[in-house]
Design a protein around this ligand. Structure first.
Ligand SMILES: Nc1nc2c(c(=O)[nH]1)N[C@H]1C(S)=C(S)[C@@H](COP(=O)(O)O)O[C@H]1N2
Ligand SMILES: [Mo]
Length: 203
């Protein structure tokens, strides 16, 4: 029996329903770090986030303002396309939907592009980020998110592969049309549902 089968078998021994583990994934207790480029550092007060594109009132929000918005705490599993999954991670942040409602979504908006530091981008259908679980997060396990994991603020769209959750998030752009983001231009799937194993183009 190979590593993946053994890992899946161990789930039952731990009393975990293996339906939570998408096909082709293995469960890890670790929290791997994965990104392109350097980890940015921000002087206090330096980080902000722009909500722009197909909205009536584009705005820029800083960290204090973000933290003053209604907060949501979410317990969720995360799945990386490089095949690790991590269960029961806890995040705190603000619903993307609340930010977009404040900006006033225009009727033509159908997709978003998440913009991160160093030009990293990830595209998503608008409907996916309007879900309750799609958050702009600033805490992980009750602490500020560490810079290596995207602090001060990252996007969290836990029902899709984790590359769709940009670290060091700086902008959310509402768009009429879809366009490939950073990894999507390099062959990753435009949607990325881990339970359908949509890793690459054509999956
Ligand atoms: N800005 C930025 N965000 C990013 C990435 C990146 O390279 N740059 N990599 C993505 C990928 S492929 C994964 S798996 C997760 C990894 O998050 P972690 O390092 O906190 O585990 O971040 C995603 N967000
Ligand atoms: Mo990833």
């Amino acid at each position: 029996m190979g590593f993946f089968d053994r890992n899946r078998e161990q789930l039952a021994n731990k009393g975990i329903d293996d339906a939570r583990l998408p096909p082709g994934q293995y469960l890890t207790e670790r929290f791997p770090v994965l990104h392109v480029g350097d980890v940015p550092t921000y002087a206090p007060g330096d980080w902000d986030l722009k909500i722009f594109g197909l909205v009536d009132k584009p705005f820029t929000i800083n960290l204090d303002e973000l933290k003053s918005m209604p907060a949501v705490t979410l317990l969720t599993d995360i799945h990386c396309v490089t095949k690790w999954s991590k269960f029961d991670t806890t995040w705190k942040g603000v619903r993307v939907r609340d930010l977009f409602e404040r900006a006033g979504m225009q009727s033509g908006a159908a997709y978003i592009m998440g913009h991160a530091e160093h030009g990293y981008t990830a595209n998503l259908p608008l409907g996916d980020v309007l879900l309750d679980e799609s958050l702009v997060v600033y805490e992980y396990e009750g602490e500020e998110i560490e810079p290596i994991h995207g602090g001060p603020v990252r996007l969290l769209v836990p029902h899709l592969y984790f590359w769709k959750s940009p670290k060091w998030l700086r902008g959310l752009e509402l768009r009429a049309t879809d366009a490939p983001g950073f990894w999507e231009q390099n062959g990753y799937n435009m949607y990325g549902d881990p339970f359908l194993e949509q890793r690459f183009w054509g999956d």
